[in-house]
Design a protein. Structure first.
Lengths: 396, 57
């Protein structure tokens, strides 16, 4: 069997994988990144909205090739149609772009390659190699040929359906409350406001929301996430989405260019995403904002943390937890608090009735919000509807 | 478990949500392993309803 030897093997060439590979390779580690698909970035399973504030931090150069649309803000819609406008004034850097993931993912992988990463497509990991009780790489299939990739550290960047973590024995299992099941069309020929991302809350999407993310003047990603625990019948997500579209004349006349299915975790941060000679990053580590379902920014930031720590470990020839603990500390310092807070907020939000959501969104639209953070939002509700905020008290 | 290849979008949502890690996406075909205990989560989870449970023998 063909054997390849590297310092680091990254399984999965999404944003988190590429970011890990880039930052490790930049500091001199010999990195191989494998991707099971024949094309990095495709098929897209994403609503493609990102904020701007983190992009520079992780060293991504903005390129109009992958920016599909710059938006001015977001419209949060309540069940009966109240709209809370979030714009650059109160959302600051949270407002952002709708990207083209097919090109975005390739751009990030190209950055990793420029830093010295080797990439193999059409190559899927099949199991971990264990040696003397330690992880020593992965077995894989490349174009149908079985190979062994020996490495000092394995990076599981294999997305929502991650196998690497499960093989290693890291608990990544999810409760039904912590899963959103999603469906999306790219609709063209629609009438809508192409300058804002729109989110509709309430029973139109039980436990989740319906999104409209602009791709261009008359084309948008129109999709839905429904909390798995609130699904009553098979195919509910598609049914709810079709119903939503049928009720909006501007959308109803649109034609689909693409249909996308998928699931996303909306859980609290995992207790551990690393062990001797192995780390998880991105969706594979369940690093997703439980309120928005977004994971690109967190995945990239965690990937950068992982890459830097792995490079250090390669130099010190120690990729045990002695070294990798720093990765846990770095990503937690940066991301864990917000994921916890937003998970708790999600746990409450998903219990609210349409009437309550109407009141809340109406309150925001009437009185405005200085800054878009869970705390600031709750402070506004507390001022005007103290009875609604009791359950959220611990989050303020 | 029965998978409708006409409905399946090959998205992997069921793979990542299976509590027993009993579902695999081999190229474009969903495969259930013996680990499957027919809990039914994937039936509800599939956004397009591509998975059904056959009646117990």
């Amino acid at each position: 069997m063909r054997k390849i030897e590297k310092d680091i093997v990254v399984v999965g060439a999404g944003p988190a994988g590429s970011m890990t590979a880039k930052h490790a390779a930049k500091k001199g580690a010999r990195v191989l990144m494998i991707e099971k698909r024949q094309e990095i970035g495709s098929p897209v399973r994403c609503a493609e909205g990102i904020s701007k504030h983190w992009v520079e931090e992780v060293g991504i150069t903005v390129n109009n090739k992958w920016v599909a649309r710059e938006v001015r803000g977001a419209k949060i819609k309540s069940p009966s149609g109240h709209t809370f406008l979030v714009d650059e004034k109160n959302a600051g850097n949270e407002v952002g772009w709708v990207v083209d993931r097919v090109l975005f993912d390739k751009a990030l992988a190209a950055d990793a390659a420029r830093a010295g990463t080797e990439i193999m497509v059409k190559t899927s990991a099949t199991s971990l190699i264990w040696e003397n009780g330690k992880i020593a790489g992965v077995r894989a299939q490349t174009y149908g040929e079985p190979i062994e990739i020996r490495a000092k550290c394995v990076v599981g960047a294999d997305g929502y359906e991650s196998q690497v973590g499960r093989w290693a024995g890291i608990d990544t299992s999810l409760k039904a409350d912590d899963i959103d099941t999603c469906y999306q069309y790219r609709l063209t020929g629609i009438d809508y406001d192409p300058d804002y991302c729109e989110f509709t809350l309430g029973s139109a999407a039980p436990g989740g929301y319906v999104w409209i993310f602009p791709k261009d003047e008359d084309t948008a990603n129109v999709g839905i996430g429904v909390q798995l625990s609130k699904v009553k019948h098979p195919a509910d997500p598609k049914m709810y989405l079709d119903k939503f579209i049928a009720k909006r004349p501007g959308l109803k006349k649109g034609q689909p260019l693409e249909a996308v299915a998928g699931a996303v975790s909306i859980c609290a941060p995992l207790d551990s995403v690393s062990m001797d000679n192995l780390v998880l990053v991105g969706d594979a580590a369940r690093m997703i904002d439980p309120i928005t379902g977004g994971g690109i920014s967190i995945g990239c930031i965690a990937g950068m943390c992982a890459g830097k720590v792995l490079a250090k470990g390669v130099k010190a020839n120690d990729l045990s937890m002695n070294t990798l603990q720093e990765y846990e500390t770095m990503w937690r310092d940066r991301l864990e608090n917000k994921q916890w807070r937003n998970w708790m907020a999600k746990e409450k939000l998903t219990t609210l009735s349409d009437e309550t959501l109407d009141k809340i969104v109406h309150t925001f639209s009437q009185y405005g919000v200085e800054k878009l953070s869970v705390q600031d939002l709750l402070a506004v509700i507390k001022r005007h509807h103290p009875e609604l905020v009791k359950e959220f008290e611990e989050l303020i | 478990m029965i998978v409708s290849i006409e409905k399946c979008h090959h998205c992997g949502a069921c793979v990542g949500s299976c509590p027993k890690n009993a579902i695999f996406l081999n190229d474009l075909v969903l495969v259930f392993s013996d680990e499957c205990n027919r809990c039914g989560r994937c039936v509800k989870l599939c956004p397009v309803g591509a998975i059904t449970m056959e009646a117990k023998k």
